[in-house]
Write a protein that binds this ligand. Structure first.
Ligand SMILES: *[C@@H]1O[C@H](CO)[C@@H](O)[C@H](O)[C@H]1NC(C)=O
Ligand SMILES: *[C@@H]1O[C@H](CO)[C@@H](O)[C@H](O)[C@H]1NC(C)=O
Ligand SMILES: *[C@@H]1O[C@H](CO)[C@@H](O)[C@H](O)[C@H]1NC(C)=O
Ligand SMILES: *[C@@H]1O[C@H](CO)[C@@H](O)[C@H](O)[C@H]1NC(C)=O
Length: 205
């Protein structure tokens, strides 16, 4: 067996280790809204937390504008995590609070990945898991996921970059079929033919 010495990476890479940062500083509550440059039905549609398994919710497209009953979300950030460039936003966990008759569960957003597809499904699930990813809102209010390693070059480019690979797609998960917000892994087009490119913004309540 061989062990390779890791390439020297600065402190900044620690930031992407999910176990180190505690994301417990909540933002004010907001609604999530789609922006689409091509589809006027999707443009301005709010996102809701849709039941897709026991204590699991996806971000489904409501097809309607934000209204007083729309689901609200918060971004839990961390005062101790190193900050990326302000233009792309300070990452944190996107939180939906699942309310039961005798509990409130703060659920962070994770990405469900099926190895057969490049279309990952954002899901709210209890507990911080290895599939929980921090997201950020940039200076224009657009939702992104940031990564430090860009492997489309050799050697890889080590620099924090924001990715906006959000789509509205008809998805299938545990028997539930919705028009959901999805995130496409990598540079390629989504292989799910129903996917339509969108951006996601927030509107504070
Ligand atoms: C989000 O922040 C609130 C307030 O500190 C905390 O109660 C909750 O546990 C946090 N959620 C997660 C998933 O860390
Ligand atoms: C989408 O909605 C935004 C915000 O309401 C608006 O500024 C923009 O013109 C709309 N785009 C289209 C193509 O309708
Ligand atoms: C806009 O999106 C809706 C929802 O997916 C879809 O039914 C409709 O066909 C789309 N319209 C266009 C012009 O693509
Ligand atoms: C859950 O949160 C709601 C809204 O903040 C509150 O009214 C309710 O009492 C909470 N329930 C529990 C069990 O803490």
């Amino acid at each position: 067996m061989r062990f390779l010495a890791p390439v020297t990476v600065g402190l900044v890479s620690l930031f992407f280790s999910p176990v180190l940062a505690q994301y417990t500083d909540p933002s004010a509550p907001f609604n999530l809204v789609l922006l689409s440059s091509t589809n006027t039905t999707l443009n301005g549609s709010s996102l809701a937390a849709c039941h897709t398994g026991a204590a699991i919710e996806s971000l489904c497209v409501t097809g309607g504008a934000v209204s007083p009953g729309s689901d609200t979300f918060t971004l839990n950030t961390s005062a101790s995590a190193p900050s990326p460039p302000p233009a792309i936003g300070n990452p944190g966990y996107l939180i939906y609070v699942l309310q039961g008759s005798n509990f409130n569960e703060s659920e962070p957003l994770s990405l469900y990945i099926d190895p057969a597809s490049n279309v990952a499904l954002p899901l709210f699930e209890p507990g911080v898991e290895s599939t929980t990813y921090a997201v950020a809102f940039d200076e224009k209010g657009l939702l992104n996921i940031q990564s430090y390693v860009d492997d489309t070059t050799s050697p890889p480019t080590l620099q924090t970059k924001a990715y906006y690979r959000w789509y509205a797609c008809q998805t299938y998960f545990l028997g539930y079929q919705y028009l959901n917000l999805a995130f496409v892994l990598g540079e390629a087009e989504p292989q799910n033919p129903t996917c339509q490119k969108v951006d996601v913004t927030r509107v504070f309540v």
